[in-house]
Ligand binder design. Structure first.
Ligand SMILES: Nc1ncnc2c1ncn2[C@@H]1O[C@H](COP(=O)(O)OP(=O)(O)O)[C@@H](O)[C@H]1O
Ligand SMILES: [Mg+2]
Length: 355
């Protein structure tokens, strides 16, 4: 059997550039070499595409980037895409996880891992995703969308304190503030507007537990299909900060502790898994996503927070860890994701494009 050429696309222009490099390294070192021939394509911080040698991606984040820059040669996206059987985008955040790269891959007619254009865009947009989830009856915290800073104060009053102010389409907690008293509102609003022209104000859970669940599969597969949609066991993030901030996520090695499985009642875990599958379907997920929840420590109430369509894939990340602990090791996980990509592309290729 001919090996499939898989482009691992990493880097990108978001705040999660370096995390993406570490995630890509996990994919490269776990992809089944008997079935796949991986090729690394690095998108630098300015957005230029570069073809790079896989073996040079080191363990150390800063070093990884230097090595990639030094050992890569600039390439046109079209040249890269012409030679691939499928693409594995390991890009986090805007211009990678938000449907833009997925749109490019659709135009190129290439199979790719993960959610499609719409699912990716919905996962990134905290406002539209909440609207759809409410419509579907998922538990969502009270929120409001703000388009102009001067509208924020009256809208915030209705939500009470504490509240969270977030750019609508970001990630990694970039631009997010927790507002404890009213004097903190406008600085938080102005900060969020630096990243997006649409922001979300959301009722805060005082000291939440953060529960996450991984989803994998084809939402339209029949029962018993090996690629059938599945939810993993649940995990918990214990942030060592006021909330799960950018620093706690990436800068501080002691910033957060992962607990797998989450120590929550079996009944709650079952409910979270069901909500994760439901959110995945409602937001047009395909292939993979990590569904994140906030749980009120006092009464156990659970709120769906967001769907991450390209979750962290580092060796210590929650998504691969949840699957390992659910019986799917990382090489099997990667193979399954590539099979899902090829299946969707085959199904789309059969569709008529004109009457
Ligand atoms: N309504 C909320 N109540 C309590 N904590 C929150 C709330 N919203 C967000 N947080 C905290 O902020 C973090 C980042 O918010 P999130 O909506 O997940 O944005 P991002 O897409 O940047 O990860 C969460 O992991 C959590 O720690
Ligand atoms: Mg989050």
């Amino acid at each position: 059997m001919k090996k499939l050429r898989i482009i691992v696309l990493c880097g990108g222009q978001s705040a999660e550039h370096s995390v993406s490099l570490v995630s890509a390294r996990t994919v490269l070192s776990n992809i089944d070499p008997k079935r796949y021939c991986p090729q690394l394509v690095y998108i630098d911080r300015k957005g230029f595409w570069r073809r790079s040698r896989c073996e040079f991606l080191t363990d150390h984040v800063g070093a990884s980037e230097k090595v990639l820059l030094a050992n890569s040669r600039p390439t046109a996206p079209s040249e890269v895409l012409a030679t691939a059987d499928a693409v594995f985008p390991v890009l986090h955040g805007p211009l990678g996880e938000d449907g833009t790269v997925q749109g490019l891959l659709e135009l190129a007619g290439l199979p790719y891992v993960g959610c499609g254009v719409l699912g990716s865009a919905l996962g990134m947009d905290k406002e539209v995703s909440k609207r759809l989830c409410i419509h579907a009856g998922l538990p969502i915290l009270p929120y409001t969308v703000v388009r102009h800073p001067e509208h924020a104060a009256p809208l915030a009053r209705r939500l009470g304190l504490p509240l969270f102010v977030k750019p609508a389409r970001m990630g990694s907690s970039v631009g997010i503030s927790k507002v404890m008293e009213s004097a903190e509102l406008m600085p938080a609003v102005n900060e969020a507007f630096r990243y997006d022209d649409k922001i979300v104000l959301e009722k805060g859970v005082a000291s939440p537990r953060e529960i996450e669940c991984a989803v994998l599969g084809d939402p339209w597969a029949k029962q018993g299909d090996p690629l059938e949609l599945k939810a993993s066991i649940c995990g918990e993030i214990e942030a060592n900060a006021e909330f799960y901030t950018y620093a706690a996520k990436y800068l501080d090695s002691e910033g957060a502790k992962l607990k797998v499985p989450a120590e929550i009642p079996e009944k709650t875990a079952k409910m979270v898994r069901e909500l994760a599958l439901k959110a995945f379907r409602v937001l047009d997920g395909y292939g993979m996503a990590r569904a994140d929840f906030l749980m009120d420590r006092r009464n156990g109430a659970v709120w769906f927070n967001e769907l991450n369509t390209i979750p962290g894939f580092t060796s210590i990340s929650m998504y691969p860890r949840l699957w390992t602990e659910s019986g799917v090791d990382t090489p099997a996980l990667i193979s399954r994701l590539i099979k899902l990509a090829l299946r969707r592309a085959r199904a789309h290729a059969r569709l008529k494009t004109a009457p």
